[in-house]
Design a protein around this ligand. Structure first.
Ligand code: ATP
Length: 349
């Protein structure tokens, strides 16, 4: 895709530190060599308590108009906004990059540079289970062909861009019906990408191999609950559960992305909200992913690296042991980005 010189996106505002994260993103956007137009939608609890349907309808109109949205943390009260949005937008795949952050302390010295591509629906998470008397319970596990196909297609397309292979992971020798179907679909998709290596791993073995040799894995595609476990495991390996971003996607029948929403992993951090102290790194990474997705690949990658550069150089907020406020850290990122894009301008798009 060749990017336009004006990028328009929906911006979903939430609660707590949401406005500070947004201010950091806007500051970075101003420094980019193209125009970024944000179309704000209020998804704060205050608005949702007065007019939940109206706020979600506004969000839906905006994302359908612009195709992409950046979402900040929201309070889960009566409902989980993330679940409502996922259902309304038909999100079926979550992409979660997890990579080592220079300067962030970890318990081991392996280097992680992983992309987790997770089916966002089904598995055991639709909660179709029930108790049988007092001593037993059952749950139903759902694997569907369509989201498996979409996740696999996304993973192989990503592998094409990154020049690496794809690992699929499940318990296909035990959950023969469900995980068997998942692996069958991945295998079918893999046949359309003869130049991209694919191997299937049992999920438990994958965890062990990942911990012992994280450098051996770049893209892992996996069903819903395994993707959930894997994301937290990988985040633990890089020393941070809250420092990351993820993307949620919906697709057309050919497996092409129709809608994409990007959000930082952390919560609303009510204890530090409004004080200018929060770490905007994850929100900036989410924005970087959005830039890459919309065709601004070089700029998005530069932003992702610039956040790492700033943290690695010790310019950090309080949560990482530093003394910078949100905006001072953001300025450090803008400086790092400027040096990465030097001589760039629009030629670097
Ligand atoms: P929520 O209900 O929205 O998940 P929470 O307080 O339960 O809110 P988090 O928002 O994830 O959970 O916060 C957990 C801890 O991490 C808090 O001490 C918070 O200040 C800190 N924290 C979360 N996000 C950030 C951030 N971006 N920068 C700095 N600290 C953060």
């Amino acid at each position: 895709m060749s990017p336009a010189e004006t990028l328009e996106l929906a911006e979903f505002h939430g609660d707590g530190i949401s406005s500070e994260l947004s201010a950091a993103v806007h500051r970075v956007a101003e420094s980019l060599p193209m125009d970024v137009v944000f179309h704000p939608v209020d998804l704060s609890l205050e608005r949702r308590s007065k007019d939940a349907e109206g706020s979600y309808r506004d969000a839906e109109e905006a994302i359908r108009k612009f195709g992409v949205a950046l979402k900040y943390p929201t309070i889960t009260d009566l409902e989980s906004p993330n679940k409502v949005l996922r259902d309304r937008f038909d999100f079926s795949v979550i992409h979660r990059p997890v990579s080592s952050i220079p300067g962030v302390k970890t318990r081991f010295d392996g280097k992680v540079d992983l992309h987790i591509v997770r089916i966002a629906v089904g598995g055991t998470y639709e909660d179709a289970g029930r108790r049988i008397g007092t001593e037993a319970a059952v749950s139903v596990r759902v694997i569907e062909r369509r989201p498996s196909f979409q996740a696999a297609k996304f993973a192989f397309n990503l592998a094409g861009k990154l020049g690496c292979g794809v690992t699929s992971a499940s318990k296909y020798t035990i959950q023969r019906a469900t995980d068997g179907l998942f692996e069958e679909v991945v295998e079918e998709v893999a046949e359309g990408y003869p130049d991209i290596p694919h191997n299937a791993e049992l999920f438990d073995a994958l965890l062990a191999k990942l911990v012992m040799g994280p450098e051996d894995f770049r893209i892992v595609v996996t069903p819903n609950e395994y993707g959930d476990f894997l994301s937290d495991t990988a985040c633990g390996m890089i020393g941070s559960i809250g420092l990351g971003a993820s993307a949620s996607y919906s697709f057309d029948d050919d497996g092409r992305v129709t809608l994409a929403m990007f959000d930082p992993a952390g919560g609303t951090a009510p204890d530090i909200a409004g004080q200018g102290l929060c770490n905007p790194a994850a929100a900036l990474w989410a924005f970087g992913m959005l830039l890459e997705h919309t065709g601004y690949r070089a700029i998005g990658a530069a932003l992702n690296d610039a956040v790492r550069d700033a943290i690695g150089a010790g310019h950090t907020t309080g949560d990482l042991g530093g003394s910078l406020g949100t905006m001072a850290f953001t300025e450090a990122v803008c400086d790092a980005m400027a040096s990465r894009l030097t001589g760039g301008g629009k030629a670097k798009l």
